[in-house]
Structure formats: structure tokens, C-alpha cells
Design a protein around this ligand. Structure first.
Ligand SMILES: C[S@@+](CC[C@H](N)C(=O)[O-])C[C@H]1O[C@@H](n2cnc3c(N)ncnc32)[C@H](O)[C@@H]1O
Length: 449
């Protein structure tokens, strides 16, 4: 095989114009506008060579998680991690793994980047050529069948159906980021993970996951939804529940590491282990959310016939995050790992990057926003907690006005009830307080105003 997947020396439209995501330079097709900082929402267009800038925060968190796994050894001890980006498109995620994770960990990071789109892979190869060569370890010893691939900067680029790519190898880390539903890739990914591994899944079919499209929710996820303020949390839990159920069928157990609804997509990262007992225990964490009159909701393993009209599920009702790992995902850590340095920007300028001080300022804000509230909410979302829509509280407490969210959070913490804001575009808090205590504190805050 030559140095490109199509056989053409340089991809059509190359080099496009240059953008910087994290510490990595991205060649955008000339017809893709320069991204605005903090882009949100679904991609306005797609197709070969299109890079969705709204996914930058998810990619930043992926860099941080993989780095944390290498540093703290929670996937494969101090042995190598074989990571597969099964639907890599133009390779931005794998290049960020290579460029941004601390160099001392790189020799243990073996990366495979796969996509069915040859044009996108050509673009990925050309982009990787302009990256700084990072010291890595040759992958010839990998215990996997060697399909055809082209290696650049220690990244094996290959063009297979993602399901085939998963069958062909054994990995400790698999990223699944398709257009729409990930459902067709989940079984293959679970089986391609070794004894212990991490599965990261993106789902953009939020209408199915939230229940706003009832028929596709039922068809794909066996889920009956209720579209209310808990629909986003439900969507995250439905995807986790689906992965846990599929994993259990394969004698595997999951432990969520980080799971978020981020604007227009759901992204979950789970540790998967071969364990029949763990799989049995996971089954006990599948249940339903029942809306009640005296408090916003409670979880139950199965709703009664009377509760069913007010219940959404089945879904994962266990913890959503790993406390230790998420506590380390601070804004400062994200900036230290993923914000371009002045020498990065100088190197980018040589490639044609135009980057102002304002761009740098916005980039830092964006990186901080990618992990905002995660470390503070980690002790809560890693155990059973009550999730409360802040704007709904006056109605429950029968008061006219809301305190500031900061005031409520500190009053609950001062009263001994661990409480924090959770990362959601809308204002939500998670608390260990009984709901009655939240109401009492709301009422007392009103009377002191
Ligand atoms: C949402 S994009 C991936 C974006 C990428 N992860 C990123 O961060 O830029 C989905 C990709 O899946 C690829 N794709 C779709 N079906 C596939 C399949 N069955 N096997 C491999 N790749 C596939 C498409 O070519 C496309 O590049």
C-alpha cells in the first residue's frame, strides 16, 4: 500500500486552512468556515474531511482520561495501552492523543486509527505528517492480526469497517464516535476489549435516548422516555444501561468513569471487565426513574402499574462517574495538558496558522469549559445522589424567589449535605441531602432575604 489510501499523492483540497484544537493543528477544508470559539450543537454539515468543532470538549476530556489511565495505571498497570479510534474520520482525536499526552507516557501508548472513508484517512495522514515526531514504541509486537495499515508518528491508520477492525485486534481502549446511534458497534467493541479495558461511546441520536422520539427510543434502546427536565440525565443513563446490558450478556461488567450530556450528544466512558459476578451486580443497577409528587423522582428496580405512566426506563440507576479519576480532571490540569504553548503557536504559524491573543484567550476558556464543574461534582456523581433542576425548586418549596445557586450550594454544604453544581448547560445541582432538607433550606434562605 502506498502513502495514501486513495493512491493520490496529496488529498484533494489540501492543505485547506489551519486551525488549532488543543495543542494540535487541524487542516480544515477550504469550504469549512473558521470555527467560532465555543461552538455548540450538531454539525451544520458532514462528509469527508469535515471536522466537527463542537466535539472539541469531548476530545479534550478523552485526552485527559487516557493520560490519567497511563499515569495512574488503572487500565493495564504499567503495561502498554492499545487504543483504537474505530471511526476516526480525519484523525483529530488520535493526533491529540499523540501530541498532547505527556511524552513520558507515549512509549506505552499504541494507537490505531480506523475509518471506512479513504478520503478522510488521506486527510488524516497528511495532517499527521506535519505533526512533531513524538518518541513512541514500534507496534510490531502487538498481539493482533496485522491488517494493512500505514503508520505515521506511531499511529496505525487503516481502512476497515469498524466492526472488522475490532474483530481484528485486542485493545485496552476503544473509542466509538459514529454519526447517530452507536448501537451497531457496541457488541463488537465490548468483545474487542481485553480482560480490562475502556470503552468511550458518543451518541448523537439524542431524540431516541431522551424519549422525544418514542419509537426509535424503544426500538434501539428498549427505552420508554419522558421528555422533562430529567430527559438529559435519562439519556446518559439509557446509554449506560444499554452498554451494561450488552456487556452482561458477554459476561462483562461495567463501571462508569465519566458520563455526560454535552449539548447535542451523549458521551460515556466506562471501564469494562470480564466478570460474571460483576455482570450480575450490574443487573441490579438497571431500573426506572419514577416522578413523584412529594419529591422530583426516585429510582426503582421496576415501577408498579400505577407508577408506569410517570416512569422512564429501563436505564442505569447506579453511579455515573469514578470519583478518583474525575476529581483529577480539573480546569488547571486541562489547561496544563491541552492549551497550546507559545512555541506550539510558533510552529503552527509556520504551517499557516493565524492565531491572535484573543484566539488564545478563547481557547483557554474553551478548555476550561470542557471540564468545568467535573472535579467538584465528582464526589457526588460517583455515588447515589439527588439531581435537582435549580429553576424548579421555588415551586417545590412554595417560595417566590430563588437564592443564587452558589448561596444554596454553600447553605446545603454548611448544613453537612454535600452539594455541587453539575456540568450541564442548564442549572442543575447534585446533593446528598434528603429532599425535605433542601426544601427547608430554600425556605430559610427566602426568610433571610
Ligand atoms: C462522527 S464521524 C467521526 C468523527 C471523529 N471521531 C472526530 O472526532 O473527528 C463518523 C465517522 O464514521 C465513519 N464510518 C461510518 N460508518 C463506519 C463503519 N461502519 N466503519 C468505519 N467507519 C465508519 C465515517 O466515515 C465518519 O468518518
Amino acid at each position: 500500500m502506498g502513502e495514501s489510501f486513495t493512491g493520490h499523492e496529496s488529498p484533494e483540497g489540501w492543505p485547506g486552512h489551519v486551525w488549532c484544537e488543543g495543542r494540535t493543528f487541524v487542516h480544515l477544508k477550504s469550504d469549512q468556515p473558521r470555527p467560532t470559539h465555543m461552538p455548540r450543537g450538531p454539525a451544520a454539515k458532514s462528509g469527508t474531511g469535515f471536522m466537527n468543532p463542537a466535539m472539541a470538549p469531548a476530545r479534550t476530556r478523552s485526552v485527559l482520561l487516557l493520560q490519567d489511565a497511563l499515569q495512574h495505571g488503572w487500565v493495564n498497570g504499567d503495561r502498554p495501552i492499545r487504543a483504537l479510534d474505530a471511526l476516526c474520520a480525519t484523525g483529530i482525536r488520535v493526533r491529540r492523543w499523540r501530541n498532547e499526552i505527556t511524552p513520558s507516557h507515549q512509549p506505552r501508548l499504541h494507537i490505531t486509527a480506523n475509518d471506512l472513508d479513504k478520503g478522510a484517512l488521506d486527510w488524516a495522514l497528511a495532517s499527521t505528517t506535519s505533526d512533531e515526531e513524538i518518541e513512541h514504541t514500534s507496534q510490531v509486537d502487538d498481539e493482533q492480526m496485522q491488517p494493512e495499515f500505514i503508520e505515521k508518528n506511531g499511529i496505525k491508520f487503516q481502512c476497515y469497517d469498524a466492526r472488522m477492525a475490532m474483530v481484528q485486534g485486542s485493545f485496552q481502549w476503544i473509542d466509538v464516535d459514529p454519526f447517530g446511534s452507536p448501537i451497531t458497534f457496541i457488541d463488537g467493541a465490548l468483545q474487542a476489549l481485553g480482560r480490562v479495558g475502556v470503552l468511550e461511546v458518543t451518541a448523537t441520536d439524542t431524540a431516541a435516548l431522551t424519549g422525544s422520539s418514542a419509537s426509535s427510543g424503544m426500538r434501539r434502546y428498549g427505552h420508554k422516555g419522558i421528555v422533562d427536565l430529567y430527559a438529559h440525565d435519562d439519556a446518559v443513563r439509557v446509554l449506560l444501561g444499554t452498554i451494561a446490558t450488552r456487556a452482561a450478556q458477554l459476561d462483562r461488567a461495567i463501571e462508569p468513569i465519566l458520563a455526560l450530556f454535552d449539548g447535542h450528544h451523549v458521551r460515556v466512558s466506562v471501564l469494562v471487565r470480564k466478570s460474571k459476578q460483576g455482570a450480575d451486580r450490574n443487573r441490579e443497577l438497571i431500573g426506572w426513574r419514577v416522578r413523584t409528587t412529594d419529591k422530583p423522582y426516585s429510582f426503582t428496580s421496576h415501577p408498579t402499574p400505577e407508577q408506569l405512566a410517570h416512569a422512564s426506563g429501563p436505564m442505569w440507576i447506579g453511579p455515573l462517574w469514578n470519583e478518583d479519576i474525575c476529581s483529577r480532571m480539573t480546569e488547571d490540569k486541562a489547561v496544563e495538558t491541552c492549551l497550546a504553548t507559545s512555541s506550539d503557536i510558533e510552529r503552527g504559524a509556520a504551517l499557516g496558522l493565524e492565531w491572535t491573543e484573543a484566539d488564545q484567550l478563547y481557547a483557554e476558556r474553551e478548555i476550561r469549559r470542557s471540564v468545568r464543574h467535573i472535579a467538584q461534582a465528582a464526589p457526588l456523581l460517583s455515588r447515589d445522589h439527588l439531581l435537582l433542576a435549580f429553576d424548579e425548586l421555588p415551586r417545590f418549596a412554595n417560595v417566590d424567589s430563588l437564592p443564587t445557586m452558589e448561596r444554596l450550594i454553600s447553605a446545603l454544604n454548611e448544613a453537612g449535605h454535600l452539594t455541587a453544581r453539575v456540568p450541564d448547560l442548564r442549572p442543575f445541582v447534585a446533593t446528598l441531602a434528603p429532599f425535605d432538607a433542601v426544601i427547608e433550606i430554600m425556605q430559610s434562605l427566602q426568610s433571610t432575604e
